[in-house]
Design a protein around this ligand. Structure first.
Ligand code: GDP
Ligand code: MG
Length: 441
């Protein structure tokens, strides 16, 4: 997976100390392969890599003390950017009935999506919805829509396979007006592949109904083909948005990126199941994670971002760099930060490649140790925390009692404190600022 590959690359890069343009190129090659494997179309991959590269050789990644994570974050950001911000809902801002035209290949999920949209508009936006089928090639298609209308409580305008599609939709608009429907959703026919006749027909329908929304429906599992289809429909029709279907069965997510990039139109919804409630607003960040196959790494980045108390880390860095003593308050702050991040155990499990580290090694730095250490520090007086030298035998015995531990536990904590203090002291004296910056992320 990409996460494994990237972690390997990043380790190599880190091993060499500094990040340079050439070793970033190495990491970007991995990203590129992963995108292609996720079925993202080649021109889209190239454009994306270019954008990532510009940012990757900039300050943000090169100067970061965690370049691997910084790079991953840039890739994730750019993927999300290409797919657009959180999608807007349907535009219904026209005199009723607002017409929504569905376009796409046969089997893409148009008819199913009409049912889903009818339900969405009725329940979420309190609209009176009418649906009509202009798919005169497959009589079963009209029946399928009628059934869906029944299930979702939408009005159904009947049509016959002997009628002309344009006549059907004109009559449906008249009827929608008479019935005071707010929205008319027009289902259309699709072919198995793009052909001139289908394009001519959908263009004629578009001209006849002047829809406020023209939605391109595309099966996310078609991968590279989705890009080709999107191009053809986008050239033929002024699309207003995209519905990406069958994302529940698509592990790769590349189609979302290609389709969005090629049409330049927002992905408004994604299909997440066959039933009328299988519709979700589009979440670009989730799809980005899926493409990168590194949801765990991303959630780690987020967790660290959310939980590291930047202010405290900065204060500590400043204090140490000025040569001030690292005291037990500082130690408690550090321990609390570790705890906020879900403990080292939680962190380590999320890091790629951590599977190889034996549990015995992991448990030395994880386990229940951290909350116990915090409890001990909490049992000290303010004065003792600021001035650990005060902690003689009798004071340690009192603290052991107060925190429900053994005197040996207190001694162990004090030893750990002394080690940290020594390390911090060294940092303060010798250009340790750089390392402290790591705490600030
Ligand atoms: P149309 O030819 O474009 O009208 O496609 P249909 O609406 O008839 O759907 C084709 C097939 O895809 C049907 O079996 C649907 O149940 C299925 N389908 C549509 N959307 C989704 C979805 O989001 N998830 C899943 N799993 N199946 C879907
Ligand atoms: Mg259909």
């Amino acid at each position: 997976s990409l996460s494994e590959r990237l972690s390997g690359t990043i380790n190599r890069i880190r091993g060499r100390g500094r990040l340079t343009e050439s070793n970033i190129t190495e990491a970007l090659r991995e990203v590129r392969i992963a995108l292609l494997e996720a079925d993202v179309a080649l021109p889209v991959v190239q454009a994306l890599i270019q954008r990532v590269k510009v940012r990757a050789v900039g300050q943000e990644v090169m100067k970061s003390l965690t370049p691997g994570q910084a790079l991953i974050k840039v890739v994730r950001d750019e993927l999300t950017n290409v797919m657009g911000a959180q999608a807007s809902d349907l535009n219904l801002n026209v005199p009723a009935p607002a017409v929504i035209l569905m376009a796409g290949l046969q089997g893409a999920g148009k008819t199913t999506t009409v049912g889903k949209l009818a339900k969405h508009l009725k329940e979420k936006r309190k609209k009176k919805v009418m649906v009509v089928s202009a798919d005169v090639y497959r009589p079963a298609a009209i029946e399928q829509l009628k059934t869906l209308a029944g299930q979702t409580g939408a009005l159904f305008f009947p049509s016959e396979s002997t009628q002309k599609p344009v006549d059907i939709v004109r009559a449906a608009i008249d009827d929608a007006k008479k019935s005071f429907a707010d929205v008319l959703i027009v289902d259309t026919a699709g072919r198995l592949a793009i052909d001139a006749e289908m394009m001519a027909e959908i263009k004629a329908l578009h001209a006849a109904v002047t829809p406020v929304e023209t939605l391109f429906v595309v099966d996310s599992m078609t991968g590279q083909d989705a890009a080709v289809t999107a191009k053809a429909f986008s050239d033929a029709l002024p699309l207003t948005g995209v519905v990406l279907t069958k994302t529940d069965g698509d592990a790769r997510g590349g189609a979302a990126l290609s389709v969005r990039y090629i049409t330049g139109k927002p992905i408004k919804f994604m299909g997440i199941g066959e039933k009328p409630d299988g519709l979700d607003v589009f979440h670009p960040d989730r799809v980005a994670s899926r493409i990168l196959d590194m949801g765990d790494v991303l959630s780690l980045v987020e967790q660290v971002e959310a939980n590291v108390d930047r202010e405290k880390a900065e204060k500590l860095a400043e204090k140490v760099s000025k040569g001030k003593k690292f005291d037990l308050n500082d130690m408690r702050d550090q321990l609390e930060q570790m705890q906020n991040m879900g403990g080292l155990a939680g962190l380590m499990d999320k890091l790629p490649g951590m599977g190889q580290i034996p549990d015995s090694v992991k448990s030395q730095v994880t386990g229940k140790e951290v909350p116990r250490m915090i409890a001990i520090i909490n049992s000290m007086t303010k004065k003792e925390r600021r001035n650990p030298d005060l902690l003689n035998g009798s004071r340690r015995a009192r603290i052991a009692k107060g925190s429900g531990m053994q005197p040996a536990d207190i001694n162990r904590l004090m030893k750990q404190y002394q080690q940290m203090e020594k390390m911090m002291g060294k940092l303060g004296r010798g250009g340790g600022k750089g390392m402290m910056r790591g705490l600030k992320g």
